[in-house]
Write a protein that binds this ligand. Structure first.
Ligand code: TAP
Length: 517
């Protein structure tokens, strides 16, 4: 049972402030962890008004790490009020954009100083392998804050020439203004990174935030909130409400003072959110949703590279990766060789405690997800797909799933159409030279998040990249995302971009001012 107490922490930034909050103290991974576990509103950690809290389960050993307060509608009302006050009347709204950037840089520096602690918490909470958590979950989060901090003083409009109706002259100019209180709702696969992708862009644009992280993995979002106080963010700018999506998430989506929703999650929940946004106050909305990304491997590729990337395209972060290659199409003449090599590599994967530096495959995020994956594999088998490797829960404590490889998967099968969001490779072959045929099959999905192609023929690669209906296309690589490159889907994978310059525009509105003189 975790130790819970009120504590006084010296501000690690200035040394002269104290910040008092309830927290859980754990010693894991040879370090002391300070984990806030209450709602974060107006720069204070507070329990839910109802007193409700939910246990946080460690997927590695199924132990309870701590209990986290669970926000209800009444807590949402208080947090939105705080965010509105900060936007309308607080220091944030009066701040020079460059000072806003300075705060964000300072937060990034604090995250960097706490990188090991954040990565350990992420690993315990989500099952992410520690080495990956350091580099990607936390590392890319830090880069994201720095990238968007750099945008704060580069947000500006245009001057537009008008017809000069004599005797008067006219001038129009545009301004890019923040929208107001934004509700951000995020999933559990890269908990801190999904939060950072949205929140950094949203704050850089000058908005204030009410965030609902995924209920099952909310600890690093709360740690970020703690660090934001040390960084010096004014009260009400960042509010973090762990809680149930149907209760807390829906209350944010329905709130009349929230003017924009940034959502990452499943397509059905995204559709529900868009409907709610339309019926209430016509909120703006950006949706990063599910995917079933095709990866096409031609026989003229660098096969070593294709095997390496093919494995990463599926098993990276135990498959809990929105751009994970949901279908791999391999040209007939290298199909058997590709599968032989892939299965050989999968057998070598080290499965175990994600805090062990030599482990490459940790537990799935939570039990319900693991159960879904096992059923997904059973359905693949029952429909006649050939199971080459894995397919079952591993017989040990924790939510471990065998890395799985299916072959000879036909287009009509469930596993060819639906996302697993887990470590399940779904492979099919295509006829030698049938470029048009494989493009058609790759595009025959409701989703359009990402896609990939491997070939040494650059013209073929670019022609295929042009034809793939996806927001991100990788050529001779996979999973290579960067904070400066816009990220987001086509079709039912949603709309609106995270990352890059495009993401800033998701959180701005354009005002045109016309003057006669
Ligand atoms: P969801 O079940 O859709 O949950 C996402 C978030 O929405 C969670 O915080 C959830 O709360 C909340 N939510 C649920 N119902 C809601 C409602 N009625 N109103 C407001 N919020 C609500 O997805 P998930 O299972 O966490 O994540 C997996 C899915 O996310 C996959 O389909 C994956 O492809 C997608 N994903 C996409 C991307 C991008 S960038 N496109 C990135 C990562 C993941 P709870 O905590 O209660 O569940």
């Amino acid at each position: 049972e975790a130790f819970i107490s009120a504590a006084i922490l010296k501000s690690r930034d200035s040394g002269d402030k104290t910040f008092i909050f309830n927290h859980v103290k754990l010693n894991k991974n040879k370090m002391d962890l300070i984990i806030p576990h209450e709602l974060f509103i107006n720069n204070q950690f507070v329990p839910a008004k109802s007193g409700k809290s939910e246990p946080v389960i460690c997927p590695t050993d199924e132990s309870i790490l701590c209990k986290v307060s669970s926000a209800q509608k009444e807590d949402v009302d208080i947090a939105v009020q705080a965010a509105k006050e900060a936007f309308d009347n607080g220091d944030w709204s009066r701040m020079n954009p460059r000072d806003r950037g300075t705060l964000m840089f300072r937060l990034a520096d604090l995250m960097d100083q706490h990188r090991d602690e954040l990565a350990t918490i992420e690993s315990l909470d989500s099952g992410a392998v520690y080495t990956l958590a350091i580099k990607t979950h936390i590392g890319m989060s830090i880069e994201t804050w720095r990238y968007f901090a750099g945008w704060t003083d580069k947000i500006h409009g245009e001057t537009i020439p008008l017809n000069q109706a004599r005797p008067n002259r006219n001038l129009s100019y545009t301004k890019k203004e923040p929208i107001g209180v934004c509700g951000l709702i995020t999933p559990w696969n890269y908990p801190l990174m999904m939060v950072s992708w949205k929140m950094a862009a949203c704050l850089a644009a000058g908005n204030t935030v009410v965030l609902k992280p995924a209920a099952v993995s909310s600890l690093t979002a709360l740690k970020l909130a703690e660090l934001s106080v040390h960084a010096g963010f004014p009260p009400g700018v960042i509010n973090v409400l762990p809680g149930d999506g149907r209760v807390c998430g829906q209350a944010i989506v329905d709130h009349p003072d929230v003017l924009k929703i940034g959502f990452t999650g499943s397509t059905p929940v995204g559709q529900q959110i868009m409907q709610s946004c339309a019926t209430d106050n016509l909120k703006r909305v950006s949706l990063e949703l599910g995917g079933k990304s095709p990866l096409i491997i031609f026989s003229d590729c660098d096969l070593d590279k294709a095997v390496r990337n093919g494995l990463q395209s599926v098993f990276f972060n135990k498959g809990e990766n929105c751009i994970s290659a949901g279908r791999i199409f391999v040209e007939e003449d290298i199909y058997d060789e590709f599968l032989r090599r892939v299965v050989g590599e999968v057998k070598k994967m080290k499965i175990g405690d994600p805090l062990d530096r030599s482990v490459t495959h940790g537990p799935q995020n939570h039990k319900a997800h693991l159960d879904k994956l096992v059923k997904y594999c059973q359905q693949g088998v029952s429909e006649g797909a050939k199971l080459l490797q894995g397919g079952n829960r591993i017989d040990r404590k924790g939510y471990f799933m065998e890395p799985t490889v299916f072959c000879d998967v036909e287009d009509h099968m469930y596993i060819a159409k639906e996302e697993s969001f887990g470590p399940v490779m779904v492979t099919s072959k295509f006829g030698t030279g049938d470029i048009e045929g494989v493009i058609k099959r790759a595009n025959a999905t409701q989703y359009g998040l990402a896609a990939g192609v491997f070939t040494r023929d650059i013209s073929k690669a670019l022609r295929v990249a042009d034809s793939l209906q996806a927001g991100t296309v990788f050529v001779n690589t996979y999973n290579k995302t960067d904070v400066a490159v816009p990220f987001g889907g086509f079709k039912m994978s949603g709309f609106g971009k995270d990352l890059g310059r495009d993401a800033i525009n998701e959180y701005l509105q354009t005002k045109a001012v016309t003057i006669e003189y």
